[in-house]
Design a protein around this ligand. Structure first.
Ligand code: GLN
Length: 194
């Protein structure tokens, strides 16, 4: 299996380390030709406006949309923003996944935090996942065919922080910044399912 990581900006290196640790072939994607032969793609955290602008500069928007017609794509944090259909701001988006996202929903960098999430879809669901939130977005609304994968409870409210729509997957936090590889394994299963 060969998994690409969009390597325009952000913490792509941490995803590559995690994937190699899981015994998967990897490739940094910077140009349209780098998508050839890949089985899935991860779009890392970073700064979604920058990732979007660089994707425009490198003529990647159309090739990424074409790739998405047949392959699994996972966006973490800024990557989740980049694959969303609606983010209430004018910035280049792939508009793949039927979710609307509020950027920087928890405030600024200093308001970053770690939260233990219980995620039923993961292996060993009773073991909490230590999720790292850095200037994180939240998933405000989900469309038809989108299922909630993880929620953060906040008093009486639940905030959606991970969702899946068929072969598209979004997490508003950074599984690549922990040693826990369960989200990466979950994505590799999605890729295998085709
Ligand atoms: N706040 C960033 C954005 O809006 C995302 C932060 C992250 O990826 N950690 O793009």
């Amino acid at each position: 299996m060969n998994i690409g990581v969009l390597a325009l900006q952000g913490d792509f290196a941490e995803h590559l380390v995690m994937l190699r640790h899981l015994g998967v072939e990897t490739r940094e994607v910077r140009l349209p030709s780098h998508l050839d032969g890949l089985h899935g793609l991860i779009i890392p955290g970073g700064e979604s406006t920058t990732i979007g602008k660089l994707a425009v500069t490198y003529d990647l928007i159309r090739p990424l949309r074409t790739f998405a017609q047949e392959h699994a794509i996972w966006g973490t944090c800024a990557g989740a923003i980049f694959i969303a259909k609606e983010v209430y701001r004018d910035q280049p988006l792939l508009k793949l996944m039927n979710i609307s996202i509020q950027r920087n929903a928890f405030g600024r960098q200093v308001n970053s935090f770690v939260h233990e999430l219980l995620v039923p879809a993961l292996e060993q669901p009773e073991r909490p996942f230590r999720a790292v939130f850095i200037r994180a977005p939240i998933i405000e609304n989900i469309g038809q065919n989108v299922s909630v994968i993880a929620e953060l409870s906040n008093g009486n409210n639940s905030i959606i922080v991970s969702a899946r729509e068929n072969r598209f997957f979004a997490t508003s936090f950074h599984p690549e910044l922990t040693k826990d590889d369960r989200f990466h394994r979950y994505f590799l299963e999605m890729v295998e399912e085709g």
